[in-house]
Design a protein around this ligand. Sequence first.
Ligand SMILES: [Fe+2]
Ligand SMILES: [Fe+2]
Length: 284
Amino acid sequence: MNWENLIINLECIDNLPTLPTVFTKVTELINKPNVTARQIAEVIETDQAISMKLLKIVNSPFFGFSRKILTVQDAVVLLGFNATRNTVTSISIFNTMNTSSDEELFDMTEFWKHSIGTGMVARFLARKVHIDPENAFVAGIIHDIGKIILQQYFKDELTKVIKLMKEKNKSFFEAELEVYRGTHCDLGCYLADKWNLPFPLVEVIDLHHTPGEASEDPKLVSVIHIANSVTKGLGLGFTGWSKEQELDPYAFARLDIVAADLEGWLDEIQDEIDGAEEVFNLIK
Ligand SMILES: [Fe+2]
Ligand SMILES: [Fe+2]
């Protein structure tokens, strides 16, 4: 199937995954002027599963608060509105997209470890280059979301992609282009549009393999481009059959860093990646 047929098929799927209403409501509310932490907490509390996960995460070393946080409202106050929205987004997307998979073809656990690892490395890099670390975390979590569409609805194409990667030592991205003339970036974008995700996140999904094309938030896209590669390079997610993509020099230039900076941070980055397993257990 080529890209045109694939997109026609995708448009015919009427049960595409949707995000929980609490995600939409929190996003809408946070954009309103004069909104209070109490109002945001009330909306989050309508979804018990998300509330519980939020409390579990804010009480974990991931956020490192010194006292125990018992209520959603306290969590919202301590995190701030932006980090609250991002955490709810991460939990919602994980809950919606952590579906069962054909383990032989696509290991869902490895996929999420890679995504969370990328989020954590991105959060670390974001602090170094002075962009919002919580935005970078959520962007890392969702950057490869299109791969789930491929594994859920287009198994034949995914099988061909993996075969080509193994036989011809191609990256996932290169193999996809050869097999169906599209990529997981395009598929992820389609879904992100349907979900009305904010444009910087859509752009990350679209351009994390081609950061030089970014226009809205090139720094965020560059951070995810590097975090994705570093996470793979350090052995988290799909390492068995995935050739690493070469890092785009544009991403370094855009962030005003050099490869030696990255090497100097490797120990700290490794700590982030080691923590990904724990965050995976918190969020699942
Ligand atoms: Fe990707
Ligand atoms: Fe990735």
